[in-house]
Design a protein around this ligand. Sequence first.
Ligand code: SF4
Length: 387
Amino acid sequence: MKHSFEGIPLLQIKDLKFYFKFHSFERSKYLDQKFMEYLQYRPSFEPNPLEKKAREDYWSLGREKRIVDGEDYTYQQEEVLVKAVDGLNITVHENESISIIGETGSGKSSLLFSIMNFHLPHLSHKKGEINYISRNTKTPVNLLSLSEQQMEQYRGIHLGFIPQLPKESLNPWLKIGFQTGEVLFEKLSVRQEKIKERVLEFLGKVVLPDPKINYNKYVDKLSGGEAQRVCIAMALLADPRIILADEPLSALDTIIQANVIHLLLTLKKELKSSYVFATHNLGVAGQLGDTIAVMYGGEIVEVRSKEKFFEEPLHPYSKGLLNSAPWYAVKHGLELEEIPGELPKPHEWPSGCKFHPRCPSAMAMCQNKKPPRMQMNGSLIECFLYS
Ligand code: SF4
């Protein structure tokens, strides 16, 4: 799929499908714990209330509550497969920044996890292709076809990842300097003196105060903003060609957000990597992305250059997102408008266009036919209004 950003393709995602899988009661408890460990690298992670609700919703599928020995347990009746990403296509080019926007639960994080090919036990059954085109070989490698050992050679080296919750993602038992430099030692066998030099250079680049002092600290001594800077340094350290950032600002307060946006834009110019940002914040998406990709129900429904998107969004869902953003309404003198209804859960996705129950422009055919994917002046759109 081509879109308005002209350049050399680095990552081509073709017809990606991705499922949540649920198992029996005992296994589910185990998987739940493993999921948290994999996702946040420590078992004591506490999700924020929205994530907690989303996770509870997912985990309640096909299950019932039971009281056993006075304790509340959840009992899984049968295995359930739920699509998290549904036939998704997108291309990331060299030096391009794509902001993927959509409501919480639209599949943005699942998409980033699937690109990193994290083997989360209950995110399974991946289908389709995620082709990474290496600078050296120029031959596409389908990341989904790689073993865990082979994939490890791509993580951190070719693909950097900035997590959503910086403090929870850093290892509380390792000093900041050591864990920041681990990728160089583990994957590139760089000598210790060189690692320290480069880590200090990058802690300086991300404007962490007193890099030499913070090098020897543990994460509990850092603020949220400082921890985020460490995670950014860690993601950039081995000079990966693509950086994936999962809601990189959501855990930070407004002043720190502005600093981190400025930092990411500066680093983007300096290091010439490509970025994929997942965010529900349209203002952040506009600041960070050259291209905006709108995600709904596990699919990309619109891809457009930032300028065109904010000037004239095409898809009714994109229009709804913008009209419900306070800053956009104030800027354009509009009344705030809500998108009616709620994002359906993956196991309740409707037939036809998934947005049709909420769409003010829905037609009869939208209920049972899937809209085709079309190109329009360098933009991509999935909606019958433009077919
Ligand atoms: S295809 Fe139909 S329901 Fe879907 S966004 Fe377009 S007009 Fe609305």
